[in-house]
Design a protein around this ligand. Structure first.
Ligand SMILES: [Mn+2]
Length: 356
C-alpha cells in the first residue's frame, strides 16, 4: 500500500477527563485547518520543514476517556468533544480513528463508521486495532509506504503487560472483554449516576432488614411478596454496586498508571517481543504512554524506529529525572518524521527530526 502526502498523528487527548488540554487541542486543530491556505515553515535542528495541510489525520487512540471521565460521568465526554470534532470535520483531509484502551469499546464501530463522508467530501474511517489492517491471508501487518519508508500505526497498549490479559481474554471470547468499560456502562445510567450512594444504603437496608427483621414476615408471606422484596433488593443492588466498583477501579487504575514511559522503556522493558512481532514496517508510531519520544531497535535482521506521539493531558513535568512534555503531535511526509510540540498561537517546537 502506498499513499504519499503528509500525515499528522495525534493521540491520548482523553476528552472528558479532568486533565484534558481541550483548549490547546482545539487551537492546534484550528491551526491545521488554516494550513490549507497557508503552509507553515518551521525549523528542525538546522533544516527547514514546510508543514502542509495533511493528506490524512490519524487519531491514534485514547481520544475519548471512556474509563475514568470527570466525576466518572460520560456526559463530560460529550461536552468536551463537540468543539474539537466540529473543527476536525472542517479540516480538508481524511481522518482515521484508531481505538486505544480508554476508548476500546468504540472498536465495535469499525464497520459502522467506515467511509462516513463529511459534508466537505472528506472521509472518516475507524480502525479497531491498527492502521493499516493486517492481511487476512498472510497474517502479516504490512506498513503504509510514505516516501521511501513504511509506517505502521497502533495505539500502543498492545505493548503493555497489564493490557495483555484483556487482549488475551478478548481473543478467547471472540469479543471485547473490558471489565472497566463494563462497569462504566452500568454506572452511566442516569439514576445510578445520581443516586448510587443512597441506593446503596437502601440496598443494604433491604438486604439485612429483609434477612433479620422481616424474615418472619417473609416466611409467612406469600411468594409474591417475597418476590417483590427480591426484586427491589436486586434493583437497588444494580443501581448502586456499579458505582462502588467503578470508583474503586478508577482509583486503582489512577494509582498504577502504566504511563509516562519513553519509547525506549516500552520496547526494552515492556511487553514487546520481537520474535512475535508480525508488523512489517520500518517505522512504528504509537502513543499510550504519554511520553513523546523515539527509540531505534536494531537487530541483525532489521532496524525499526519507534515513535511515541505524546499526549494532550496535564502539564510539562519532570518524571524520573526526565522532562515529560505535553501537547504533542507527529508530522510525517515523504522526506521525514518530526516530533513536534504545540506551544500555542502557531508556535511549534521541533523535539526530534528523522530525515531520509
Ligand atoms: Mn492508552
Amino acid at each position: 500500500m502506498e499513499e504519499n502526502g503528509a500525515y499528522i498523528i495525534l493521540s491520548d487527548v482523553h476528552l472528558g477527563s479532568e486533565e484534558c488540554n481541550n483548549k490547546e487541542f482545539c487551537d492546534l486543530l484550528k491551526w491545521i485547518y488554516g494550513l490549507e491556505n497557508q503552509p507553515k515553515i518551521i525549523k528542525c535542528k538546522d533544516k527547514e520543514v514546510t508543514i502542509k495541510i495533511p493528506y490524512k489525520i490519524i487519531l491514534l487512540g485514547d481520544i475519548f476517556e471512556l474509563w475514568a471521565p470527570k466525576d466518572l460521568d460520560r456526559d463530560n465526554i460529550i461536552k468536551d468533544l463537540i468543539r474539537p470534532f466540529s473543527i476536525l470535520s472542517d479540516i480538508n483531509c481524511d481522518k482515521i480513528y484508531v481505538v486505544g484502551n480508554h476508548d476500546d469499546s468504540l472498536g465495535e464501530l469499525e464497520r459502522k463508521v467506515d467511509f462516513a463522508t463529511l459534508n466537505n467530501g472528506t472521509r472518516f474511517n475507524s480502525y479497531n486495532r491498527h492502521y493499516p489492517k493486517k492481511d487476512i491471508k498472510s497474517g502479516v501487518a504490512s506498513g503504509l509506504k510514505i516516501g521511501n519508508r513504511s509506517y505502521f500505526f497502533l495505539h500502543g497498549h498492545q505493548f503493555d503487560k497489564r493490557q495483555a490479559i484483556f487482549i488475551y481474554f478478548s481473543k478467547l471470547l471472540g469479543e471485547l472483554w473490558d471489565p472497566i468499560d463494563w462497569f462504566q456502562e452500568l454506572f452511566n445510567i442516569t439514576f445510578t449516576k445520581k443516586h448510587w450512594k443512597t441506593n446503596f444504603v437502601i440496598f443494604l437496608c433491604l438486604l439485612f432488614g429483609g434477612k433479620y427483621f422481616l424474615w418472619d414476615v417473609f416466611l409467612k408471606s406469600s411468594f409474591w411478596r417475597s418476590g417483590a422484596w427480591a426484586m427491589f433488593t436486586g434493583f437497588f443492588a444494580l443501581s448502586s454496586i456499579p458505582g462502588i466498583v467503578a470508583h474503586v477501579q478508577a482509583s486503582i487504575y489512577n494509582s498504577t498508571k502504566p504511563i509516562h514511559k519513553t519509547a525506549e522503556e516500552v520496547i526494552k522493558n515492556g511487553h514487546y517481543q520481537e520474535s512475535k512481532d508480525t508488523i512489517d514496517a520500518e517505522v512504528v508510531v504509537f502513543g499510550h504512554t504519554h511520553f513523546a519520544s523515539s527509540y531505534e531497535l536494531r537487530s541483525d535482521a532489521r532496524k525499526t524506529l519507534f515513535l511515541n506521539s505524546g499526549c494532550w493531558v496535564g502539564t510539562d513535568t519532570e518524571m524520573n529525572g526526565k522532562m515529560r512534555y505535553v501537547n504533542f503531535f507527529i508530522y510525517l511526509n515523504e522526506s521525514g518524521a518530526y516530533i513536534l510540540k504545540w506551544q500555542g498561537s502557531g508556535k511549534i517546537y521541533c523535539i526530534e527530526a528523522f530525515t531520509w
